[in-house]
Design a protein around this ligand. Sequence first.
Ligand SMILES: [Zn+2]
Length: 412
Amino acid sequence: MNLKIDQRRLIDEIEKLATFSDAEAPAVTRVVFTPTERTARGWVKDRCQEAGLIVRDDAIGNTFARWQGADLNAPVVGTGSHIDAIPNAGKYDGVVGVLGGLEAIRALQQSGLRPRHSIEVLIFTAEEPTRFGLGCLGSRLLSGTLSADAAKKLTDNEGATVDQVRRGAGLAGELEDVKLPNGYHKAFVELHIEQGPILEREGKPLGIVERIAAPASLRMTIEGSGGHAGAVLMPDRRDALSAAAELILALETAAKTSGAIDTVATVGICDVFPGAVNSIPARVRLSVDIRDTNLQRRDNVIHALDRACRQTSAKRQVAIQKQLLNADAPAESGSAIVEALSEACRKHNFPYLPMTSRAYHDSLFMSRIAPVAMLFIPSKSGYSHRPDEYSSPEDIARGALVLAETLAALTK
Ligand SMILES: [Zn+2]
């Protein structure tokens, strides 16, 4: 099989898609269900139809573009990613996996391959949490990770529900029907930019993702007692910020001593009330983000934080409320897909690096219902989610080629 990626066409399409944006070039802003995002998606669907693919949308707007295989009963070999972009983002996040997936199929078509399994490009809805505050809305529903009922309770910044917004965008059907039947996919493989600096630093053009880390997010409120910074003496204080400082350090220690470099914990928000120079902090709100590639290790950190809360609360006479916002499980890649990706790299003498994905992607949720793996290409300086995000045309085309080889191997 002689596969040829049309690098020029692929790059032209990435450039064209970047023009569907609510920000001035080179920035890209494309928030889900805005007119701009709908137009962009329509344009990609047209390209898929031109390639002879059968295109359909489900009720949440996930787009499936299928190259029909010889065996209609055989499970689908899937690829794809997302085309929504956070405000002031770049051209490549998600887009490389969608248009690269389409280009891989076109290369396979041109090679004369007659696949047994259908090959499908999936364009997920709302990978970015911009609109509804929750990332990977489409793949969470597809995989049943999020129920239709829970999805219906989500609202956007204007207070509109998911149902109102999707129907306004012209999507029919019921959210209950979005979940894919068991065994729908034989495999799902996502091509994506790395969004980090490792491939560039190591001088490797490709990364094969063997596991995807997953975050747990918590919101914490520490309630102490306020008062005058001069009048209330130290033995009488119940300073909420001092208590918060103990918790933050306990969290850091728990992550540092987990026994693995993959454990990370971050307090990114610390709101102090009333927030005056001469006033004892009465209340503090913290955001906590804990990630790992191993569920047990990550949950150990959550438990260490629980213990620290009990100790600090007793010692300092403060009330601590903790709310777990989400705690998705990490995922291991499917070994057969990792092997197919590795074999494709070896065939073309492309050096590659086995990797961990520390950001999460739609593949994390697809892993609940199908074997998945991801293929990374380098991001210049590791930049992503900013206008100067960049991956070279050669790296993009190389990724699409390895993806095409892998899809061909998986459809056997
Ligand atoms: Zn992405």
